[in-house]
Design a protein around this ligand. Sequence first.
Ligand code: CAA
Length: 416
Amino acid sequence: MFERAVGIEAIHVHVPKHFLDLRALASANDVDEAKYLEGLGGRRMAVPAPHEDSVTMAASAAMGLFEHYDVSPEDIGMVIVGSESEVDGSKATAAWVHGMLHLPTRCRTFDVKHACYSGTAGLRLASTWCRAASPGGTNKALVIATDIARYEVGSPGEPTQGAGAVAMLVSDTPRLLALDPYPEALFTEDVMDFWRPTYRSSALVDGKTSIDSYLKALAHTFAEHERVSRLGFRDYDYLLFHVPFPKMAFKAFRMLYERDAIWRGDAPSLDADFERRTAPALEANRELGNLYSGSLYLSLAGLLNNRGARAESKRVGLFSYGSGCCAEFFSGRLGPQAGSWRGRIGIGSGISGRTELTYRQYLEIRKAGEALLNDSSYRLLDPGGDRRVSFMGIRRHQRIYEVSEVSKSRRKAVKA
Ligand code: CAA
């Protein structure tokens, strides 16, 4: 039977404007900086400003997508937002994004949550919907993964914090990544490895359990995908993983490498293999930190940004893990013109345009952002800079957002 090709047509990353160098954090926490830089593999972490939340980041990533690619908002029939940093228990972030982008009213909008797996849940749901389009018709979905990774100040998780959003256009024109149509390789187990009670703004985690659970889920899903696809460890040009911190991707790669090496004698060294097949994707993760739901897709965007034409038509394996837990291993092939996407992804310009914070400023921004979470008094903040969309405060229990004039005019220019 004819299988319609589906997958990712376009991708754009929203990079928050502020960052903290992990060396400054190590110094403030009186920790050897090598633990953060080498032990965890990070370099810097994105720090969301008080004007940024999961809604503004999602909308900003989506606006960037429409600004940089030849895609019409009129074609969008579904918006799915994956997040574990929601700002409302009822209203969907997808509805806010839909409104800010003036998408068609004939559109299905909803959010999904399963810790860091939610972006993948959205991508897979949207792909199935795109594949099911009526003959001659086409379905296009906007899938956005948006999160703020926040742990207690001074806790072991603090150096793995991060923030950002990745917007993906999913369609039957998968110019960026065509998903392989194999049966799904899934794993679910009820485990308390990482969680955030609704009365807390920062997550709680059992670090060792979370790492063990991640690796167990990888072992299960990789074996299942191998069984249904007959693709082995060596068949992938690139292997991408959920990246709670960059060293975790190394641990994941190492586990698959060692499993493969048991029956294979001619393998390259572990380090050389990792440097060739996974490390090129991790540059952006090292700069932004954990994006939770968007972290795997930041790696995908980072791979395209880093490798350009060298990544064209290559086969990619992707592992998605959400604590709690749900995981999936799937695969696909990068588009034949992947090299021409570089300038549109948003990573290069986003990272180069950032402002460094001191440790004290990081604490101040963090405190201000957390205070606004539960503050129902409206205050007009000065967002500053060139943000596409800003959170301005809360009035009559409603969050007020402002879309910048620049974004409005860019949108008009795209429509014209
Ligand atoms: N120089 C170099 N390396 C050093 C060092 C030094 N001076 N000191 C320590 N290290 C190394 C350690 O050897 C260790 O490396 P290995 O794991 O390769 O042995 C690494 O630095 C970390 O050290 P610890 O294990 O002692 O660190 P920790 O216990 O303080 O915290 C952590 C590590 C548990 C991952 C913590 O950062 C954390 O809780 N993070 C959040 C949870 C997380 O990310 N879990 C991952 C799986 S869950 C998931 O994927 C979902 C999600 O997104 C959260």
